[in-house]
Design a protein around this ligand. Structure first.
Ligand SMILES: *[C@@H]1O[C@H](CO)[C@@H](O)[C@H](O)[C@H]1NC(C)=O
Length: 173
């Protein structure tokens, strides 16, 4: 192949790969088995062979399920969440996110596990306790090698890992 041809292919590939960015101002909330719609671990999209079941530890290869408004993130897009030091993948929709997004407020809802046990009111309380309010920056098209905390956010019946949320963690590409 000629050098000319290789340069051309390189330019095309550079155009396809999307650059890393750090959009801000995201409302971040949490959801799980008891307050999913309908209750359970079902998701709207089948990403990475997960078969419409929410889950994930937060590594790049096992990202935690996140939900957003249509158009806010691409279906099955992987982002990095400095708030949790976890990668997340958009596998679900979220009604409140859709309302907020249409009002100019980006919003991500994050799955808290477990995939097969309903944590009931303890889990709802935990989701509230994990939610710090404020607005957060995420990383789109992130490098794949950022540090992650793989601890589950909620473990039935009542373990709530609020110490694994880092509201002051900055986002960078
Ligand atoms: C949530 O926070 C409240 C107030 O600090 C605490 O009493 C409760 O045990 C917490 N619940 C969970 C599930 O962490």
């Amino acid at each position: 192949m000629t050098t000319r041809m290789l340069l051309f292919i390189g330019a095309v590939l550079a155009g396809v790969g999307t650059a890393c960015s750090t959009p801000g101002n995201f409302i971040i909330t949490f959801y799980g088995f008891p307050d999913n719609s309908p209750p359970g671990s079902g998701t709207a999209y089948n990403c990475g062979g997960r078969n419409y079941i929410a889950g994930g530890s937060g590594t790049y290869d096992d990202p935690v399920t996140i939900a957003t408004a249509p158009g806010e993130l691409d279906v099955c897009e992987i982002v990095y969440l400095p708030l949790l030091t976890k990668y997340g993948r958009r596998e679900d929709d979220c009604a409140q996110c859709t309302t907020d997004y249409s009002n100019g407020e980006p919003h991500i809802d994050i799955w808290t596990g477990s995939s097969n046990i309903n944590g009931g009111q303890n889990q709802i309380d935990c989701e509230d306790n994990l939610t710090y309010g404020g607005r957060y920056t995420i990383v789109r098209n992130p490098p794949t090698n950022y540090g992650v905390n793989t601890s589950p956010l909620f473990v039935p019946p009542s373990t709530c890992n609020t110490q694994d949320v880092y509201p002051d963690n900055p986002a960078h590409c």
